[in-house]
Design a protein around this ligand. Sequence first.
Ligand code: ZN
Length: 503
Amino acid sequence: MQEKLNELKARLQAVYDLHGAAALLYWDQATYMPPGGAEARGRQLATLSQLAQEQFTDPAVGRLLEELQPYAASLPYDSDDASLLRVTGRQYQRALKLPPQFVAEIASHGARAYQAWTVARPANDFAAVQPLLERTLELSRRAAEYFGWPAGGHVADALIEEADYGMTVATLQPLFAALRQQLTPLVAAIQQQPAPDDSFLYRHYPEQQQWDFGVEVIQRFGYDFQQGRQDKTHHPFMIKFGPGDVRITTRFRENDLGDGLFSTMHESGHAMYEQGVSLALAGTPLGGGASAGVHESQSRLWENLVGRSQAFWSYYYPRLQALFAQQLGDVAQDAFYRAINKVQPSLIRVDADEVTYNLHVIIRFELELALLEGRLAVRDLPEAWRASYRDYLGVEAPDDRDGVLQDMHWYYSQIGGGFQGYTLGNILSATFWQAANAAHPEIEAQMAEGRFDALLSWLRANIHQHGSKFTAAELVQRITGAPLSIEPYIGYLTNKYGALYGI
Ligand code: ZN
């Protein structure tokens, strides 16, 4: 058995080496590659991903998985080897379901649609992408058919499980409906109160100082620059080449202090998760974060529950103020805290505050379901988008650029499965935060001294080290002893924003 297991691991390692090499090529494309490299780079990435796919779906992998079944059955569910065989088996079965020709079709259509979107968005030209999006919808439905879904389930379940295994429309819809029901009156009550002044966040903040401050903060968080680095991109992201090299990118606007700072914290949260996965799981399907939702819980936890908290700024505000004496010299700590937590219904998801953010996500989730079910035609999507924004947020986009064209997800990937992880991440972030603070009541006091080791070690022990061994629901059950619930998250928002806005 040990010999077969070693052979399986060697085959998986080769697959992950190809993924790591592709990741490096992608990172270079997004950071330093000259424009002339684009065509060859696209081909190289496609070649590597095809090789990885071929090696992973090799019948020898299937044979080994089958022969190792009795061994897996003899082990405890949460052991490394049982988890490896369970998760690899699941991914292997899924990978076999899509014909290689269809995979290639999706990839080439995705590249074309994304290219068209980069032109259509600034031009506010939905008509230009409409036929491409219709094709995306058709391909998404076909992919769902190939994957299949259980009787009584939803066509979107087949796509959601790719990013958030174990989550279904039947579990998500009531969760999201309850969340909306709680958030709507909170947003309305906040809007009755005077809006805090945040104009000083938009003064001139030189980039180099923003960079230095961000680096100081995430180093203190525990992001390890010996096993990573930070570079600049248009859209910040985290990327892993292998254990020991987990990089992040960020961006700065010199007239918007929050943009760079909070996205740096956000990406460092993703990266610390990957840096914390047990080395024993490296080079296998277990060697990365558990799901889109769990990943986002880590980034949002550091960005919001830490980075927008009073405790954090009681230590860091005097330092920030000293660094930007001209810009913030006349701004008290409390005014700063209120400004970075200003709630205001708006048009753009990525700029949304903590309270309204999930309404943006729920709108997209509901529209995806309507499209996949055939209740909504792509040509009617812009109007449906506007109607949802009026209904959920009370705002109306003057054009499609800041409406249905704002997110790249539907244009480079599929329709379905791409958004639920953001809201799951927020719900999970507060769930994990509550559990961490119950176990280590000193976390807040440490934060007020610029220390984060109690928090990080709790995350390492309870979440990071496990990689993909457990699903989101399993992690929640192990940590809290109860099923996933929106209560901790609603409790967090109500307490924080109730105090902030005096409601
Ligand atoms: Zn993220």
